[in-house]
Design a protein. Structure first.
Lengths: 224, 301
C-alpha cells in the first residue's frame, strides 16, 4: 500500500533522526541513574544533565530537520513531490514535534516514576518538575516555529539564544514564588492555583506558537 | 487541437532587482522544449512558477491541464522535476531514497530503476555523500525517471558534468521520449545539450521570452553572410537581416529569415557575397540575445 506523501515524509524524518533520538533517551536515562546514586552532588549533576538533554535535543532538532532542508538543498527534492506548502508544514511540524515528544515524554515519565518510587521523599516536587520540563518544550516550539517560518539559520540561532537565556530567569522566578516553594517540600502532590496557572500558560504558548506557524506558512507565496 | 503539456499565458513575477515579464510559452505533449538563456535570465524562476513553488503575480499557468499553483499537488504526481541545485540526503543511501520514492508513487517502475542503476553505474547501497557530482545527478535522475512521469522538468541538469556523464544522461532522456505521451522541458545555458535533444527551442533573456520556435526552423532560417564591400559601397538595410558588422572592406551580416533574395540584394548593391554559412544554435542564441538587447535598449531610450 502506498503512503501519503505527508506520512512518507514524517517516516523519513524519523528514520534520519533515529540515532539522535536514541542518544537523547540514553543520556536522559543516564541522568536519572546518576540521581539514583544518592547524595547531593550526584543529584545536582543528574538533574542538570536531565534538563540539559531536553534543552540540547530541543535546540538540535529544528536546525537538523528544518533549517538543513534549505541549507543542504534537499528542499527542492521534497517540494518536487506531490505536496503543497501547507502539507510540507504539517509534515515538518508533526515529525519535528513528534521527534521531540518521544524522548521528552519518556524522560518526564521516567522522572515521575523515579520520584513516586522514592517513598518518603517529597512528592510535592512533581508539579515543579512538570513546569521545569515543559519549559524546554516551549523553547523547542519557539525554535521550530521560527525555523519553519523564517527558514533562516540566523533567526533560528537568535531564537535559540533567546529561549536558552530565558530558562534560568524563569526557573529563578519559579522557585522564588512562596506558594510553589512551600508546596515543593510537601509529602503530597499539591496542584496549587499558581502551579496550574504556570502549566496552563506554558501549554497555551505551545498551542499559540504552533497555530501561528501554520498561519504564517499559509500566507507564503514563494516556497523556494 | 494539440494537447499542451505546459501553457504559460502573460505570466509575470516581480522581484526587487528582477522582473519576469509577460511570459508566453507552450509545450505540446510529446515534445522536448529546450529553454535557453544566460545566467540570471529567468529560467529557474519560470520553472519554479511552473512547479507551483513560487506564485506568479499575474498570468495563467497550466501544467498537464492543472492550474498552477492551485492544483500543484495533482500536477506533481505526473511531473518529474530535477534541478541543478537539488540535493539528496547525504547521510542516506541511494537505496533509502529509492524506497522513499517508491513508498509514494504507485507507478514506480522497480525493474526500470534497476536498469538505470546498471546503465548509470550506480550502487544502491552507497551513501549519497560518497558519490561524485556526476553520480549524484544520475541518482537524482534515476529517482525522477523510475516514477514514470508524463512530464519531465529539468533545470540545468547537465551543468558541471563531464562529457561522458552528459552523454549518458542525454541518451537516457532521448530514450524516455520513445513513449510519445511524454514531454520534457529542459533548461540550460549549454546550447549543445539543448540542440542535441530538443524539438522546440525557447530563448529567454533578462526575464523575457525573446523567441520560441521549432529547432529545425531556427537552423533553417538563420544564416551568416560574409561580404566584401568595396569602399564607397553602402550595404543596404534588408528585411530579415538583423545585424551587420563591418571592418574595412569586410562585413558579416546575420539573417534570421534567410532567403536567397538577400544575397542577390547585396550583390546588386555592389558587394560580393563570399560565403553563406549555417549557424549553430549557440551562434543563433548569442546573435538573438544581442539583437534583442539592442532593440530593448533603443525602445527604452
Amino acid at each position: 500500500m502506498k503512503r501519503s506523501v505527508v506520512q512518507a515524509m514524517i517516516l523519513s524524518d524519523w528514520q534520519r533522526h533515529r540515532t539522535l533520538l536514541l542518544l537523547s533517551i540514553v543520556s536522559g536515562v543516564l541522568a536519572l541513574a546518576l540521581i539514583q546514586v544518592g547524595g547531593e552532588i550526584p543529584f545536582i549533576l543528574g538533574a542538570t544533565l536531565f534538563f540539559t538533554v531536553m534543552i540540547v535535543f530541543g535546540c538540535m532538532l529544528p536546525p537538523s530537520n528544518i533549517i538543513n532542508e534549505r541549507k543542504k538543498q534537499t528542499l527542492p527534492f521534497l517540494m518536487s513531490l506531490p505536496i503543497s506548502a501547507m502539507q510540507f508544514t504539517t509534515a515538518k511540524i508533526v515529525s519535528t514535534v513528534g521527534l521531540f515528544l518521544v524522548p521528552w515524554l519518556a524522560l518526564v515519565i521516567a522522572a515521575m516514576a523515579f520520584i513516586v518510587g522514592h517513598r518518603g521523599g517529597p512528592q510535592g516536587i512533581i508539579p515543579v518538575v512538570l513546569i521545569l520540563a515543559a519549559a524546554p518544550f516551549v523553547g523547542f516550539c519557539v525554535i521550530a516555529g521560527v525555523s519553519l517560518v523564517s527558514e533562516s539559520e540566523g533567526a533560528m540561532i537568535a531564537a535559540t539564544i533567546a529561549t536558552n537565556t530565558s530558562y534560568g530567569f524563569s526557573w529563578y522566578l519559579l522557585v522564588r514564588n512562596p506558594v510553589i516553594r512551600a508546596d515543593m517540600q510537601s509529602r503530597e502532590i499539591v496542584w496549587s492555583r499558581e502551579v496550574l496557572t504556570v502549566l496552563s500558560a506554558e501549554f497555551a504558548v505551545i498551542v499559540l506558537i504552533l497555530g501561528l506557524t501554520f498561519f504564517l506558512q499559509s500566507r507564503k507565496r514563494d516556497f523556494l | 487541437m494539440t494537447d499542451l503539456a505546459i501553457k504559460f499565458e502573460s505570466v509575470g513575477k516581480k522581484y526587487r532587482y528582477f522582473t519576469l515579464e509577460d511570459i508566453h510559452l507552450q509545450v505540446p505533449a510529446g515534445q522536448i522544449m529546450g529553454l535557453i538563456g544566460p545566467n540570471g535570465a529567468g529560467k529557474s524562476t519560470t520553472i519554479r512558477i511552473l512547479m507551483g513553488l513560487i506564485h506568479q503575480d499575474h498570468g495563467d499557468v497550466r501544467v498537464l491541464g492543472h492550474r498552477m499553483p492551485v492544483e500543484q499537488v495533482a500536477a506533481k504526481w505526473d511531473i518529474g522535476f530535477a534541478s541543478e541545485d537539488m540535493r539528496l540526503y547525504e547521510a542516506m543511501t541511494l537505496d533509502w531514497h529509492m524506497r522513499f520514492i517508491r513508498s509514494i508513487y504507485p507507478q514506480w517502475d522497480a525493474a526500470y530503476a534497476q536498469l538505470l542503476l546498471k546503465r548509470f553505474g550506480l550502487r544502491a547501497e552507497q551513501k549519497i555523500k560518497g558519490l561524485s557530482h556526476g553520480q549524484r545527478v544520475k541518482a537524482t535522475l534515476l529517482l525522477v525517471l523510475a516514477r514514470r512521469p508524463r512530464l519531465l522538468v529539468l533545470d540545468e541538469p547537465t551543468t558541471g558534468l563531464d562529457p561522458v556523464a552528459r552523454h549518458e544522461i542525454l541518451r537516457e532522456l532521448t530514450a524516455v521520449m520513445n513513449d510519445e505521451g511524454r514531454s520534457i522541458l529542459f533548461s540550460s545555458h549549454n546550447t549543445q545539450d539543448v540542440e542535441q535533444i530538443s524539438d522546440q527551442i525557447t530563448f529567454i533573456d533578462r526575464g523575457r521570452v525573446i523567441d520560441s520556435m521549432d529547432k529545425e526552423a531556427y537552423l533553417d532560417r538563420w544564416r551568416r553572410l560574409r561580404l566584401e564591400a568595396p569602399s564607397g559601397i553602402a550595404l543596404p538595410a534588408l528585411p530579415g537581416v538583423i545585424n551587420i558588422r563591418q571592418t574595412g572592406r569586410l562585413a558579416v551580416a546575420t539573417s534570421n529569415a534567410f532567403v536567397p533574395g538577400i544575397a542577390s540584394a547585396y550583390e546588386n548593391s555592389g558587394a560580393r557575397v563570399q560565403t553563406i554559412e549555417n549557424m549553430t544554435l549557440e551562434e543563433i542564441f548569442v546573435a538573438k540575445v544581442e539583437h534583442s538587447r539592442e532593440e530593448h535598449e533603443e525602445v527604452g531610450a
